[in-house]
Design a protein around this ligand. Structure first.
Ligand SMILES: Cc1cc2nc3c(=O)[nH]c(=O)nc-3n(C[C@H](O)[C@H](O)[C@H](O)COP(=O)(O)OP(=O)(O)OC[C@H]3O[C@@H](n4cnc5c(N)ncnc54)[C@H](O)[C@@H]3O)c2cc1C
Length: 456
């Protein structure tokens, strides 16, 4: 193994926004020149920007141009198709790099914890999203809905994406980079109404004003809101931030406009919690909900049940109540929080435990599954700042690490076909070319095997 005298070597695991922002921040450390190797379990980069952000939100996906600039740095390398915990362990990386950054995101979903969740047709939004975005892990999944109505539990931005994809004109979606099998399946569904359930009131809804407005602006779709569901008390408005006030204003206007007569409908039902998913012959047939009221405590508003129940008939339930981190073998994990235990990005052996020298985390796996793409930038910068402080204080042992060529040889000896950034650019060009031929933004290659085959 060769020794790189002055340049330090960092491994970043995860090539989503927080992985790329970590790499970028490491390159900016003028006092510590770094080479950065970014690993991902998938053969292609960008995490949720490719597999989470909705296919009809291409403007958000344009952030990839920034990541390409980072990748163009000669000190950057991408090692795709290498999974931490399966192909390599954290100790393997710690032995081979001066610093290790964990930016593995939160890919699992949270359950509702109510009866009937095992019924066919009770779906996780996380999986539905990954499926319509062509994620290799979900290529063989299907989401049949044998009813004109679906229920989405949750009123965050992911719930808005799910609702929009369920209702949006299929020909409009066809121009995006939506997975083709998903689009064909969506064309075959009869869904014409989506009921969105929010636990609390209009002033506490988590959707961004532009996300709910996008639903309201969909062609052929009415956004139906009951006046009672748009209402907010003086106290609620006093506690509301700018976005929440805009949401209330918009929902009041929609409520005043009436339910409309368009062929499809998104119906917003606030102050409603699902208490049971109802079934018929093993399939979802409805949801029993309890209406809530708000109680105030220290300026915060919580929902409590009123004992008034209703049943909504439907053929599918999409739970969209948040993402959750997944434990990676060999990596510390706080199962309760669903995150890697850390202090401002310094990874701890366990929550409240010792700092693992030279190991840091960033993004969703560090702070939890909240925030936009851009939120991960200051987050990653904070972790890199901690690393720089540790390096300056001599708290990290550095030097004598293998070169990039040594890493390549090590992975090859393990029988791993790691992809590099040039491979990705080849796949990227191929996907865009296939897209052009089909009148789409891009036609994604879906399976890992399909991608590796295309690379020859
Ligand atoms: C459905 C959805 C829609 C969204 N829409 C928007 C939007 O419109 N606008 C916006 O600003 N934000 C949006 N976001 C938020 C944004 O996507 C996140 O803030 C961001 O992606 C989090 O970045 P991350 O790098 O922490 O995680 P991720 O993007 O999830 O990246 C994690 C990466 O780690 C890799 N990985 C995981 N485990 C391993 C392992 N064991 N070994 C190797 N690699 C591994 C994964 O393959 C992945 O590439 C959306 C999120 C979701 C879920």
């Amino acid at each position: 193994m060769s020794n790189i005298a002055s340049t330090l070597r960092a491994a970043v695991v995860g090539s989503g926004p927080s992985g790329f922002y970590s790499a970028e921040a490491l390159f900016r450390l003028t006092e510590f020149p770094f080479e950065v190797d970014v690993f991902d379990r998938l053969p292609v980069p960008y995490g949720l920007v490719r597999y989470g952000v909705a296919p009809d939100h291409q403007n958000i996906k344009a952030v990839i141009k920034t990541y390409e600039k980072t990748a163009a740095n000669p000190k950057f390398a991408f090692f795709g198709n290498v999974e931490l915990g399966r192909d390599v362990t954290l100790d393997d990386l710690r032995a081979r790099y001066d610093l290790v950054f964990l930016a593995t995101g939160c890919a699992a979903d949270r359950h509702l914890g109510i009866a009937g969740e095992d019924l066919a047709g009770n779906y996780a939004a996380t999986e539905f999203v990954a499926w319509y975005n062509g994620h290799p892990d979900y290529r063989d999944r299907s989401f049949p809905i044998e009813h004109s109505r679906a229920v989405v539990v949750g009123v965050g931005n992911v719930a808005m994406d799910v609702t929009r994809i369920l209702l949006k004109n299929r020909d409009e979606l066809a121009k995006s980079d939506i997975d083709e099998h998903a689009l064909a399946a969506l064309r075959a569904t009869a869904v014409s109404e989506v009921v969105l359930l929010g636990r609390r009131g209009a002033a506490q809804a988590a959707f961004a004003p532009k996300e709910i407005k996008e639903i309201g602006d969909l062609a052929d779709v009415d956004l139906a809101v009951d006046p009672a569901d748009a209402a907010a008390s003086e106290a609620e408005l006093a506690a509301a931030d700018v976005d929440a006030k805009k949401n209330v204003e918009y929902l009041l206007a929609r409520a005043a406009a009436g339910p409309g007569t368009r062929p499809k409908r998104a119906r917003l039902k606030m102050l409603a919690s699902p208490v049971e998913v109802l079934g018929n012959n093993g399939r979802v047939a409805g949801v029993r909900i309890e209406r809530n009221r708000l109680i105030e405590k220290n300026g915060q508003f919580a929902a409590v049940g009123t004992g008034v129940f209703e049943t909504i008939e439907c053929g599918a339930v999409f739970r969209s109540i948040g993402y959750h981190g997944i434990a990676i073998p060999s990596v510390p994990f706080d199962a309760k929080l669903g995150r890697i235990p850390n202090h401002n990005g310094r990874v701890l052996a366990a929550s409240g435990g010792q700092v693992l020298q030279g190991v840091y985390c960033a993004g969703w796996i560090k702070r939890g599954p909240t925030g936009l793409v851009g939120t991960n930038k200051p987050d990653a910068q904070e972790s890199v700042r901690m690393a720089a402080e540790d390096l300056a204080a001599g708290a990290v042992t550095t030097g004598g690490k293998p070169s990039r060529d040594d890493i390549r040889a090590w992975l090859q000896a393990k029988g791993i076909r790691a992809t590099n950034f040039a491979d990705w650019k080849k796949l990227d060009a191929l996907e865009q070319e296939r897209g052009r031929a089909a009148g789409k933004v891009r036609r994604k290659l879906v399976g890992t095997d399909e991608m590796l085959k295309a690379l020859g």
